[in-house]
Design a protein around this ligand. Structure first.
Ligand code: COA
Length: 208
């Protein structure tokens, strides 16, 4: 049986452990092996409910599978890219209570959480996160390492580049673009194109 390791034993990693335990493949295609995290105490306040093994020096084996339990784009890339280079095989994880429409392409290592809705003709890159109850409309694209927090509203024809972070309840109106490595604050409503490398907040969203 394949052993599924969750990378990151923080808050989102613990959520991923719960979501993975609810997946129909759990106990059939793979079993939950625990977490990879360099803080051995990470689960102490939570009753040490699963093993925490060090990430530093970890070497993937043939029976190992991995799930990205990290939310922030820069941290994801920093910790996950070396594992991928070492041969780690990452699950592309779609929770059974997420809803996928038609012609939705989801890149390797991406995580789609409960309640997320991805309608039609959508492309997600690699290691993208779509958190709880976020919706993605037709013809939208999201680049590698990008993360949507809970309840985001990405509407039709929106193009979000790589390594972008959307805070909770961020909204992007149709056909707008968000540039590489930008951050959209919680609750922001994006009504104009967002350049690369900026933080925008508010309604309408303005560069901070
Ligand atoms: C946008 C964000 C990244 C900015 O963080 P920051 O750079 O540390 O900014 P600060 O907290 O120093 O705030 C700077 C200013 O922006 C304002 N601001 C910050 N976030 C804002 C938001 N989401 N909407 C409106 N204004 C915001 C602050 O009030 C402050 O205003 P001031 O200068 O007039 O006092 C952050 O506030 C945010 O919204 N993060 C998203 C968090 C989230 O949703 N996480 C998901 C769950 S894990």
């Amino acid at each position: 049986m394949k052993q599924l390791h969750i990378v990151g034993a923080g808050g989102f990693g613990r959520e991923c452990h719960a979501w993975a335990s609810q997946h129909p493949d759990c106990g059939k295609a793979w079993v939950l092996a625990g977490f990879l995290d360099d803080n051995p105490e990470a689960l102490r306040p939570f009753g040490d409910f699963a093993p925490v093994r060090p990430l530093a020096g970890h070497r993937p084996k043939a029976d190992d599978l991995y799930l990205c339990g990290l939310g922030m784009p820069a941290l994801k890339e920093k910790l996950i890219a070396p594992l991928v280079a070492a041969g780690a095989r990452f699950l592309t994880f779609v929770h059974p209570r997420a809803h996928l429409g038609a012609r939705v392409t989801i890149g390797r290592g991406s995580v789609v959480c409960p309640g997320a809705v991805l309608s039609a003709d959508i492309t997600l890159g690699e290691f993208v996160l779509v958190n709880l109850n976020s919706t993605i409309g037709h013809d939208a694209t999201l680049g590698d390492w990008t993360s949507l927090s809970a309840q985001c509203d990405v509407t039709g024809h929106v193009r979000i580049a790589d390594r972008v972070f959307l805070g909770s309840r961020a909204t992007i109106i149709p056909e707008k673009t968000v540039g590489s490595r930008s951050i959209v604050g919680a609750g922001a409503v994006v009504v104009t194109h967002v350049p690369a490398g900026v933080t925008v907040v508010g309604i309408p969203a303005r560069v901070l």
